[in-house]
Design a protein around this ligand. Structure first.
Ligand SMILES: O=C(O)C(=O)C[C@]1(C(=O)O)C=C[C@@H](O)C=C1
Length: 134
């Protein structure tokens, strides 16, 4: 099995797991419930940088949502890498090249138009990951 195949198999399993986890987090755990459903303790001011308990609880809840969003983003990045690998294999298998510079310019322009200059950097990182040279 090639490295890409192995990566894809792992990706598929991880994507499904992460999607389920994110879904559960999104539907059952909100900023309001996070502090009461936490494992053993509520957020302290020291953990969050907040100066009172209410702010600490709000920050703690928001951080749980951010963690859930990050898990979904990472799953999507892995899914993107798997789809990109298929495109590259199809092109290489037909005698073409791994890289399509004109398509990369389109992807970069899309992210720049949506997110500005940092969007270009983000797209470059995604392309680097997707080309398998990270
Ligand atoms: O769209 C393609 O032709 C791809 O190969 C996918 C992709 C990408 O990840 O977006 C990856 C490599 C190419 O250089 C261009 C784009």
């Amino acid at each position: 099995m090639s490295t890409l195949d192995t990566a894809r198999t792992a990706d598929t399993a991880r994507t499904a797991d992460t999607a389920r986890t994110a879904e559960t987090a999104g539907t059952t755990r909100t900023a309001e419930t996070a502090e009461t459903t936490g494992p053993t303790r509520t957020a302290s001011a020291a953990d969050t940088g907040a100066r009172d308990g209410a702010a600490a609880a709000e920050i703690s809840g928001a951080r749980e949502r951010i963690d859930a969003l990050d898990a979904r983003i990472i799953a999507l990045v892995r899914e993107r890498m798997a789809v990109s690998a298929r495109v590259q294999q199809a092109r290489l298998g037909s005698g073409g090249r791994r890289v399509s510079l004109s398509r990369e310019m389109e992807v970069l322009a899309h992210y720049r138009d949506e997110l500005g200059r940092p969007g270009t950097a983000l797209a470059m990182t995604l392309l680097e990951l997707s080309r398998g040279r990270a």
